[in-house]
Design a protein around this ligand. Structure first.
Ligand SMILES: *Cc1c(COP(=O)(O)O)cnc(C)c1O
Length: 364
Protein backbone atom coordinates (compact mmCIF):
# COMPACT_ATOMS: atom_id res chain seq x y z
CA UNK A 1 0.00 0.00 0.00
CA UNK A 2 1.23 3.47 -0.84
CA UNK A 3 -0.51 5.21 2.01
CA UNK A 4 1.44 7.59 4.22
CA UNK A 5 3.01 5.81 7.14
CA UNK A 6 1.34 6.57 10.50
CA UNK A 7 4.16 6.56 13.07
CA UNK A 8 3.68 5.19 16.60
CA UNK A 9 4.83 8.52 18.07
CA UNK A 10 5.52 11.97 16.65
CA UNK A 11 7.05 14.81 18.68
CA UNK A 12 5.40 18.13 17.76
CA UNK A 13 7.84 21.04 17.50
CA UNK A 14 6.37 24.31 16.24
CA UNK A 15 7.46 27.85 15.44
CA UNK A 16 6.98 28.88 19.08
CA UNK A 17 9.58 26.35 20.25
CA UNK A 18 12.05 27.56 17.57
CA UNK A 19 11.51 31.18 18.55
CA UNK A 20 12.01 30.38 22.24
CA UNK A 21 15.31 28.59 21.52
CA UNK A 22 16.45 31.46 19.28
CA UNK A 23 15.74 33.95 22.05
CA UNK A 24 17.89 31.98 24.49
CA UNK A 25 20.70 31.70 21.91
CA UNK A 26 20.54 35.44 21.35
CA UNK A 27 20.70 36.07 25.09
CA UNK A 28 23.95 34.12 25.42
CA UNK A 29 22.71 32.63 28.71
CA UNK A 30 22.70 29.00 27.60
CA UNK A 31 23.22 26.99 30.78
CA UNK A 32 20.85 26.64 33.74
CA UNK A 33 19.38 30.05 34.53
CA UNK A 34 16.20 32.08 34.41
CA UNK A 35 14.46 29.92 31.76
CA UNK A 36 14.93 26.86 33.96
CA UNK A 37 13.61 28.68 37.03
CA UNK A 38 10.56 29.87 35.09
CA UNK A 39 9.94 26.37 33.70
CA UNK A 40 10.04 24.91 37.21
CA UNK A 41 7.53 27.46 38.49
CA UNK A 42 5.17 26.98 35.58
CA UNK A 43 5.37 23.17 35.73
CA UNK A 44 4.64 23.29 39.46
CA UNK A 45 1.62 25.58 39.01
CA UNK A 46 0.23 23.64 36.03
CA UNK A 47 0.74 20.05 37.13
CA UNK A 48 1.83 19.81 40.77
CA UNK A 49 -0.54 21.93 42.86
CA UNK A 50 2.42 24.18 43.72
CA UNK A 51 4.81 21.47 44.97
CA UNK A 52 8.53 22.03 44.45
CA UNK A 53 9.65 21.23 40.90
CA UNK A 54 13.34 20.66 40.19
CA UNK A 55 14.43 20.42 36.54
CA UNK A 56 17.21 18.02 35.57
CA UNK A 57 18.88 16.82 32.37
CA UNK A 58 16.89 13.57 32.00
CA UNK A 59 14.13 11.57 33.60
CA UNK A 60 16.67 8.95 34.59
CA UNK A 61 18.75 11.59 36.41
CA UNK A 62 15.54 12.69 38.11
CA UNK A 63 14.88 9.20 39.47
CA UNK A 64 18.51 8.75 40.53
CA UNK A 65 18.73 12.11 42.30
CA UNK A 66 15.27 11.69 43.83
CA UNK A 67 16.25 8.35 45.34
CA UNK A 68 19.52 9.79 46.68
CA UNK A 69 17.74 12.86 48.06
CA UNK A 70 15.26 10.56 49.82
CA UNK A 71 18.14 8.73 51.47
CA UNK A 72 18.14 5.49 49.48
CA UNK A 73 21.51 3.71 49.30
CA UNK A 74 23.47 0.48 49.76
CA UNK A 75 21.69 -2.21 51.78
CA UNK A 76 18.23 -0.81 50.99
CA UNK A 77 15.58 -2.46 48.86
CA UNK A 78 13.09 -0.56 46.70
CA UNK A 79 10.10 -2.42 45.23
CA UNK A 80 9.52 -1.62 41.56
CA UNK A 81 7.56 -3.19 38.72
CA UNK A 82 9.45 -5.38 36.28
CA UNK A 83 7.06 -4.33 33.50
CA UNK A 84 8.52 -0.88 32.78
CA UNK A 85 11.39 0.88 31.04
CA UNK A 86 14.78 -0.17 32.43
CA UNK A 87 15.44 3.29 33.90
CA UNK A 88 13.07 2.55 36.79
CA UNK A 89 15.17 -0.28 38.21
CA UNK A 90 18.49 1.10 36.89
CA UNK A 91 18.11 4.24 38.96
CA UNK A 92 17.58 2.16 42.12
CA UNK A 93 20.64 0.02 41.34
CA UNK A 94 22.76 3.12 40.64
CA UNK A 95 22.26 4.31 44.24
CA UNK A 96 23.74 1.01 45.47
CA UNK A 97 20.31 -0.20 46.63
CA UNK A 98 18.61 -3.32 45.27
CA UNK A 99 15.54 -3.12 43.04
CA UNK A 100 13.04 -5.84 44.05
CA UNK A 101 10.58 -6.69 41.30
CA UNK A 102 6.87 -7.14 41.97
CA UNK A 103 4.07 -8.12 39.60
CA UNK A 104 1.49 -5.86 37.93
CA UNK A 105 -2.30 -6.05 37.95
CA UNK A 106 -3.43 -7.09 34.47
CA UNK A 107 -6.10 -4.38 33.94
CA UNK A 108 -3.88 -1.28 34.04
CA UNK A 109 -0.37 -2.78 33.93
CA UNK A 110 0.68 -1.01 37.15
CA UNK A 111 2.10 -2.45 40.42
CA UNK A 112 -0.23 -4.93 42.12
CA UNK A 113 -0.47 -4.02 45.83
CA UNK A 114 -0.78 -7.70 46.84
CA UNK A 115 2.41 -8.62 44.98
CA UNK A 116 4.16 -5.62 46.54
CA UNK A 117 3.06 -6.68 50.04
CA UNK A 118 4.49 -10.15 49.44
CA UNK A 119 7.85 -8.65 48.37
CA UNK A 120 8.40 -6.55 51.49
CA UNK A 121 11.40 -7.60 53.63
CA UNK A 122 13.09 -5.96 56.61
CA UNK A 123 15.40 -4.18 54.14
CA UNK A 124 12.57 -2.61 52.13
CA UNK A 125 12.69 1.18 52.32
CA UNK A 126 10.33 2.28 49.57
CA UNK A 127 7.80 1.38 46.89
CA UNK A 128 8.17 3.03 43.49
CA UNK A 129 5.14 2.47 41.21
CA UNK A 130 5.19 3.48 37.55
CA UNK A 131 2.10 5.16 36.07
CA UNK A 132 2.50 3.02 32.99
CA UNK A 133 1.17 4.28 29.65
CA UNK A 134 -0.21 7.37 31.46
CA UNK A 135 -2.60 5.50 33.79
CA UNK A 136 -2.10 6.21 37.50
CA UNK A 137 -1.04 3.24 39.63
CA UNK A 138 -3.27 2.23 42.55
CA UNK A 139 -1.81 4.98 44.73
CA UNK A 140 -4.44 4.68 47.47
CA UNK A 141 -3.67 1.01 48.14
CA UNK A 142 0.08 1.43 47.64
CA UNK A 143 0.15 4.54 49.83
CA UNK A 144 -1.76 2.73 52.59
CA UNK A 145 0.60 -0.24 52.31
CA UNK A 146 3.64 2.04 52.51
CA UNK A 147 2.25 3.94 55.50
CA UNK A 148 1.34 0.70 57.28
CA UNK A 149 4.85 -0.73 56.88
CA UNK A 150 6.75 2.51 57.47
CA UNK A 151 7.96 2.70 53.84
CA UNK A 152 8.39 5.67 51.55
CA UNK A 153 6.35 6.00 48.36
CA UNK A 154 8.02 7.35 45.18
CA UNK A 155 6.43 7.80 41.76
CA UNK A 156 7.88 7.11 38.34
CA UNK A 157 5.52 9.50 36.54
CA UNK A 158 7.68 9.57 33.38
CA UNK A 159 4.63 8.84 31.22
CA UNK A 160 1.91 10.55 33.26
CA UNK A 161 1.97 14.36 32.82
CA UNK A 162 -1.54 15.50 33.75
CA UNK A 163 -2.86 12.10 34.94
CA UNK A 164 -4.77 12.03 38.22
CA UNK A 165 -6.52 9.80 40.72
CA UNK A 166 -9.66 10.97 42.53
CA UNK A 167 -8.88 14.54 41.49
CA UNK A 168 -5.30 14.52 42.78
CA UNK A 169 -2.51 14.88 40.21
CA UNK A 170 -0.07 12.04 39.60
CA UNK A 171 3.26 13.25 40.90
CA UNK A 172 1.81 14.69 44.13
CA UNK A 173 1.40 11.42 46.06
CA UNK A 174 4.97 10.32 46.65
CA UNK A 175 7.92 11.64 48.67
CA UNK A 176 9.19 12.53 45.22
CA UNK A 177 7.97 11.93 41.67
CA UNK A 178 9.75 12.13 38.32
CA UNK A 179 8.38 13.27 34.95
CA UNK A 180 10.41 12.55 31.80
CA UNK A 181 10.69 15.18 29.05
CA UNK A 182 12.13 12.84 26.41
CA UNK A 183 10.85 13.58 22.86
CA UNK A 184 8.32 10.72 22.70
CA UNK A 185 6.72 11.57 26.06
CA UNK A 186 3.50 13.62 26.29
CA UNK A 187 5.60 16.80 26.30
CA UNK A 188 9.32 17.31 25.73
CA UNK A 189 12.24 19.63 26.34
CA UNK A 190 14.51 17.65 23.97
CA UNK A 191 15.93 15.65 26.84
CA UNK A 192 15.05 16.45 30.42
CA UNK A 193 13.24 15.54 33.58
CA UNK A 194 11.26 17.27 36.32
CA UNK A 195 11.29 16.06 39.90
CA UNK A 196 8.50 17.03 42.27
CA UNK A 197 8.44 16.94 46.05
CA UNK A 198 6.47 18.56 48.85
CA UNK A 199 9.42 18.26 51.23
CA UNK A 200 11.62 21.37 51.52
CA UNK A 201 14.66 19.35 52.63
CA UNK A 202 14.33 16.85 49.76
CA UNK A 203 13.95 19.75 47.31
CA UNK A 204 17.11 21.37 48.63
CA UNK A 205 19.08 18.10 48.39
CA UNK A 206 17.83 17.66 44.81
CA UNK A 207 19.09 21.13 43.91
CA UNK A 208 22.45 20.39 45.54
CA UNK A 209 22.84 16.97 43.90
CA UNK A 210 22.03 18.46 40.50
CA UNK A 211 24.84 21.02 40.77
CA UNK A 212 27.99 19.44 42.23
CA UNK A 213 26.61 19.75 45.76
CA UNK A 214 26.75 23.56 45.63
CA UNK A 215 24.15 26.09 46.61
CA UNK A 216 26.73 28.86 46.81
CA UNK A 217 29.59 28.66 44.37
CA UNK A 218 32.68 26.79 45.65
CA UNK A 219 31.02 25.99 48.97
CA UNK A 220 30.22 22.40 47.99
CA UNK A 221 28.22 20.77 50.80
CA UNK A 222 28.03 17.26 49.39
CA UNK A 223 29.26 15.17 46.48
CA UNK A 224 26.97 15.88 43.55
CA UNK A 225 26.53 15.59 39.81
CA UNK A 226 26.19 17.90 36.87
CA UNK A 227 22.57 17.03 36.14
CA UNK A 228 21.48 20.54 35.25
CA UNK A 229 18.92 21.39 32.59
CA UNK A 230 20.00 24.08 30.09
CA UNK A 231 18.04 27.27 29.38
CA UNK A 232 17.72 26.01 25.78
CA UNK A 233 15.89 22.87 26.89
CA UNK A 234 13.78 24.75 29.44
CA UNK A 235 12.69 27.22 26.74
CA UNK A 236 11.33 24.32 24.67
CA UNK A 237 9.69 22.79 27.73
CA UNK A 238 7.93 26.06 28.67
CA UNK A 239 6.29 26.28 25.25
CA UNK A 240 5.32 22.59 25.31
CA UNK A 241 3.79 22.96 28.77
CA UNK A 242 1.39 25.56 27.40
CA UNK A 243 0.26 23.08 24.74
CA UNK A 244 0.06 20.02 26.99
CA UNK A 245 -3.60 20.32 28.03
CA UNK A 246 -4.74 20.50 24.40
CA UNK A 247 -2.56 17.55 23.43
CA UNK A 248 -3.82 15.51 26.37
CA UNK A 249 -7.42 16.20 25.36
CA UNK A 250 -6.57 15.09 21.80
CA UNK A 251 -4.96 11.87 23.08
CA UNK A 252 -8.04 11.17 25.19
CA UNK A 253 -10.41 11.84 22.28
CA UNK A 254 -8.32 9.58 20.01
CA UNK A 255 -8.37 6.85 22.65
CA UNK A 256 -12.15 7.18 23.09
CA UNK A 257 -12.63 6.81 19.34
CA UNK A 258 -10.41 3.73 19.16
CA UNK A 259 -12.10 2.10 22.17
CA UNK A 260 -15.55 2.75 20.67
CA UNK A 261 -14.66 1.17 17.33
CA UNK A 262 -12.05 -1.55 17.83
CA UNK A 263 -13.34 -5.12 17.79
CA UNK A 264 -11.72 -8.44 18.61
CA UNK A 265 -8.87 -7.01 20.73
CA UNK A 266 -8.80 -6.04 24.42
CA UNK A 267 -8.85 -2.24 24.71
CA UNK A 268 -7.44 -0.25 27.69
CA UNK A 269 -9.51 -0.01 30.84
CA UNK A 270 -9.51 2.96 33.19
CA UNK A 271 -9.82 2.53 36.96
CA UNK A 272 -12.64 4.29 38.81
CA UNK A 273 -11.51 7.82 39.69
CA UNK A 274 -8.51 7.69 37.34
CA UNK A 275 -7.71 10.14 34.55
CA UNK A 276 -5.63 8.35 31.90
CA UNK A 277 -3.46 10.60 29.69
CA UNK A 278 -2.70 7.89 27.09
CA UNK A 279 1.02 8.23 26.71
CA UNK A 280 0.32 4.89 25.04
CA UNK A 281 -2.93 3.33 23.86
CA UNK A 282 -2.24 -0.32 24.53
CA UNK A 283 -4.31 -3.26 23.37
CA UNK A 284 -3.80 -6.96 24.01
CA UNK A 285 -3.48 -9.38 21.14
CA UNK A 286 -3.68 -13.14 21.77
CA UNK A 287 -0.33 -14.59 22.86
CA UNK A 288 1.68 -15.88 19.92
CA UNK A 289 -0.05 -13.56 17.44
CA UNK A 290 1.17 -10.18 18.64
CA UNK A 291 4.38 -9.92 16.63
CA UNK A 292 2.75 -11.04 13.38
CA UNK A 293 -0.07 -8.60 14.10
CA UNK A 294 2.42 -5.71 14.47
CA UNK A 295 4.29 -6.74 11.32
CA UNK A 296 1.05 -6.89 9.31
CA UNK A 297 -0.02 -3.47 10.60
CA UNK A 298 3.24 -2.05 9.28
CA UNK A 299 3.62 -3.99 6.04
CA UNK A 300 -0.01 -4.20 4.89
CA UNK A 301 -1.46 -1.01 6.36
CA UNK A 302 1.55 1.35 6.87
CA UNK A 303 0.70 1.79 10.55
CA UNK A 304 3.40 1.89 13.20
CA UNK A 305 2.98 0.35 16.63
CA UNK A 306 5.18 -0.41 19.62
CA UNK A 307 5.74 -3.11 22.21
CA UNK A 308 6.36 -1.62 25.66
CA UNK A 309 7.97 -3.79 26.91
CA UNK A 310 8.87 -7.12 25.29
CA UNK A 311 11.39 -8.21 27.96
CA UNK A 312 10.50 -7.67 31.63
CA UNK A 313 13.30 -6.02 33.59
CA UNK A 314 13.89 -9.02 35.87
CA UNK A 315 14.86 -11.09 32.82
CA UNK A 316 17.18 -8.48 31.28
CA UNK A 317 20.85 -9.59 31.29
CA UNK A 318 21.55 -6.58 33.54
CA UNK A 319 19.35 -7.98 36.34
CA UNK A 320 18.75 -11.64 35.48
CA UNK A 321 16.58 -12.66 38.44
CA UNK A 322 14.78 -15.96 38.46
CA UNK A 323 11.40 -14.99 39.89
CA UNK A 324 7.89 -15.74 38.71
CA UNK A 325 5.76 -12.73 37.74
CA UNK A 326 2.89 -14.23 35.73
CA UNK A 327 0.94 -11.06 34.88
CA UNK A 328 4.18 -9.36 33.83
CA UNK A 329 5.05 -12.29 31.55
CA UNK A 330 1.67 -12.42 29.84
CA UNK A 331 1.60 -8.65 29.33
CA UNK A 332 5.08 -8.77 27.78
CA UNK A 333 3.78 -11.36 25.28
CA UNK A 334 0.45 -9.69 24.45
CA UNK A 335 0.65 -5.88 24.63
CA UNK A 336 0.71 -3.72 21.51
CA UNK A 337 0.56 0.07 21.57
CA UNK A 338 -1.25 1.77 18.68
CA UNK A 339 -0.74 5.37 17.54
CA UNK A 340 -2.76 7.74 19.77
CA UNK A 341 -0.67 10.92 19.47
CA UNK A 342 -2.27 14.35 18.91
CA UNK A 343 -1.17 14.56 15.25
CA UNK A 344 -3.62 11.85 14.15
CA UNK A 345 -6.53 13.05 12.02
CA UNK A 346 -9.94 11.44 11.47
CA UNK A 347 -8.69 9.57 8.41
CA UNK A 348 -5.71 8.15 10.34
CA UNK A 349 -8.03 6.96 13.11
CA UNK A 350 -10.35 5.31 10.58
CA UNK A 351 -7.38 3.58 8.98
CA UNK A 352 -6.19 2.27 12.36
CA UNK A 353 -9.66 0.92 13.21
CA UNK A 354 -10.09 -0.72 9.80
CA UNK A 355 -6.67 -2.34 9.95
CA UNK A 356 -6.87 -3.62 13.52
CA UNK A 357 -10.39 -4.97 13.09
CA UNK A 358 -9.47 -6.74 9.84
CA UNK A 359 -6.36 -8.31 11.38
CA UNK A 360 -8.22 -9.33 14.54
CA UNK A 361 -10.98 -10.93 12.46
CA UNK A 362 -8.48 -12.79 10.31
CA UNK A 363 -6.72 -14.02 13.45
CA UNK A 364 -3.52 -12.49 12.05
C1 LIG B 1 11.10 7.49 29.70
C2 LIG B 1 11.06 6.78 31.00
C3 LIG B 1 12.06 6.92 31.99
C4 LIG B 1 13.36 7.65 31.75
O1 LIG B 1 13.23 8.93 31.29
P1 LIG B 1 14.41 9.57 30.39
O2 LIG B 1 13.99 11.00 30.30
O3 LIG B 1 14.39 8.86 29.08
O4 LIG B 1 15.70 9.39 31.11
C5 LIG B 1 11.89 6.30 33.20
N1 LIG B 1 10.80 5.55 33.45
C6 LIG B 1 9.83 5.37 32.53
C7 LIG B 1 8.64 4.53 32.89
C8 LIG B 1 9.93 5.96 31.27
O5 LIG B 1 8.98 5.76 30.37
Amino acid sequence: MSKDFIPAARPIIGEEERAAVDAVLASGMLAQGSEVAAFEQEFSAELLDGRHAVAVNSGTSGLHLGLLAAGIGPGDEVIVPSFTFAATANSVALTGATPVFADIEPQHYCLDPASVAAAVTDRTRAIMPVHLYGHPADLDALGALAAGRGLQLFEDAAQAHGASLNGRPAGTFGEFAMFSLYPTKNMTSGEGGMVSTADDAVARRLRLLRNQGMERQYENELVGFNARMTNLHAAIGRVQLRKLAGWTAARQANAAFLSAHLEGVATPSVAAGAVHVYHQYTIRVAAGERDRFAAALKDEYSIGSGVYYPVPNHRLPSFNRSIDLPHTESAAREVLSLPVHPSLDAEDLDRIVTAVNALAKAGA
